[in-house]
Ligand binder design. Structure first.
Ligand code: CA
Length: 471
């Protein structure tokens, strides 16, 4: 793709918005007409995967273009060292106006606050849905209203006051639809009368894999809390009826939260058109990772399974990207930093580990493009979700996962033994990942090949299986 000089960049990232809750990705239930406009006017990436399905680690990878063992943000509670090289200061130095509004989740105060932004206002920690508190250069501010609307308003007001003679890079980071899935009052009844089908794997019995899936504490039927469901369950339900009721309550509020995000996207897109700058603006819609929407009986993310691994990624840029195009090349959130630098025509920061995906915007797969993406979930057996640390690779057709023994990295909340082991999935034959083929003799060659690819990729990114016991 030949990039016209210095387009504007509007990067909208929601939090925990799974691709399968977007119309353009084929959701039968989620209504996302504005997000779908980006897909219709540009490119849908069908194989964008996060390097660690957690909020803070994904954000650190996006800013730096590095994996978490390099940028240090392995868990939700690790604060980001913002003296690391990131893309915003480079764009700023190249004459871009830069701003970030919304969720940051990388720590607050000197050394953690956003760097390289002309303007910033970021939610305190996770942020609140109603009347959220923001950190800004001038201190703390409480802004009245519903968080998604407040963040959209801040972005639009910033567009109003920017210098129209210079290009801009605007990051709009929504909190929604993250737990506890609190919808805007205007959406309180949305999806009340809509059938929300349970996914085929909702009643997964977790057989056919290591014990890790069964050990996780993210079950809709068992682990969602009152703060998530917000209503008392009707009396007298059977176990199955209870699970179905909980699923429906969960999905209604999740989709209601998505509705406000979609409206916010629509307001931004309308503004770009009204200003007549749509042609010169790259619009990105993504989420920091995917989410289980009752898939495998779960909510939340963390696992390297498809629903949480996959990120939605939609990019429109009328000057260069064909309308309604689809790209299946393997992309990682570690690529975002270089991609944004490439679009802006600036050199990426030192030490980046991703690749610019700008060549993929032509719709072609460039020769020598990667054949696997790397993943590592470090937050071993946290008190609430109980997902074991693991790492692995995903190719276009297969996935290899290793659940790690105790002591490889961060300690868990207990010293209990747990199911160390490998899983191998044939994503063509078994896209729902219900049956590991790791010990299947028919898959011996594929297994050997995946092991070799994984070793090579780990060496390339500089990660080791056992970094010792980390604090
Ligand atoms: Ca998230």
């Amino acid at each position: 793709m030949s990039t016209p000089t210095r387009p504007n960049i509007v990067f909208v990232m929601s939090d925990d918005h799974a691709a399968h809750a977007i119309g353009a990705y084929g959701s039968a239930v989620a209504s996302t007409p504005s997000i779908d406009r980006i897909a219709a006017g540009g490119m849908r990436f069908d194989s964008c995967f996060c390097a660690n399905a957690l909020c803070a680690p994904s954000r650190a990878s996006i800013l730096t273009g590095t994996y978490n063992h390099v940028n240090g943000v392995r868990t939700l509670s690790t604060e980001f060292d913002s003296s690391q090289p990131t893309f915003p200061p480079l764009l700023q130095q190249a004459g871009y106006q830069t701003a970030v509004f919304g969720k940051w989740h990388l720590g607050h105060g000197d050394g953690h606050d956003p760097v390289g932004f002309d303007d910033w206002s970021v939610l305190h920690e996770q942020g609140l849905y109603d009347d959220p508190v923001f950190h800004e250069p001038g201190g703390e501010v409480t802004r009245e209203g519903y968080v998604t609307d407040v963040i959209t308003d801040m972005a639009l007001e910033w567009l109003d006051r920017r210098d129209t003679d210079r290009p801009f890079c605007l990051l709009v980071h929504h909190k929604a639809p993250h737990r506890p899935f609190v919808p805007a009052a205007r959406h309180a009844d949305l999806y009340s009368d809509v059938e929300i089908p349970e996914p085929e794997t909702f009643w997964d019995d977790y057989s056919g894999r290591t014990g890790a899936a069964e050990a996780a504490r993210m079950r809709v039927a068992r682990d969602l809390r009152h703060v998530d469901l917000k209503e008392e369950e009707p009396a007298g339900l059977s176990d199955r009826e209870s699970a179905s009721w909980r699923y429906r309550r969960y999905m209604q509020d999740y989709l209601r939260c998505v509705a406000a995000v979609d409206e916010g996207v629509g307001r931004l897109l309308d503004r770009l058109q009204e200003e007549g700058i749509g042609e010169d603006t790259v619009v990105v819609y993504t989420s920091d990772q995917g989410f289980f929407l009752g898939d495998h009986g779960w909510y939340d993310k963390r696992f390297m399974y498809e629903e949480s691994l996959r990120m939605p990624l939609l990019i429109s840029y009328p000057r260069a990207v064909q309308e309604g195009s689809v790209q299946t090349g393997l992309v990682s959130n570690v690529d975002f930093c270089q991609t944004i630098c490439d679009l802006a025509g600036v050199e990426p920061p030192d030490g980046v580990q991703g690749r610019s995906i700008v060549p993929l915007l032509d719709g072609e797969m460039p020769g020598g493009w990667r054949d696997a993406v790397y993943y590592r979930y470090w937050e071993h057996d946290d008190a609430q979700h109980g997902v074991w640390a693991h790492y692995g690779i995903r190719t276009a057709t297969h996935k290899l996962i290793r659940y790690l023994p105790q002591g490889f990295g961060l300690p868990g909340t207990s010293e209990a033994s747990y199911p160390e082991g490998w899983e191998l999935f044939d994503l063509v034959e078994d896209p729902q990942e219900l049956r590991s083929r790791y010990d299947d003799p028919d898959y011996r060659d594929i297994r050997d090949q995946l092991h070799a690819q994984l070793e090579e990729l780990m060496a390339t990114v500089g990660d080791v299986a056992d970094p010792g016991r980390l604090a």
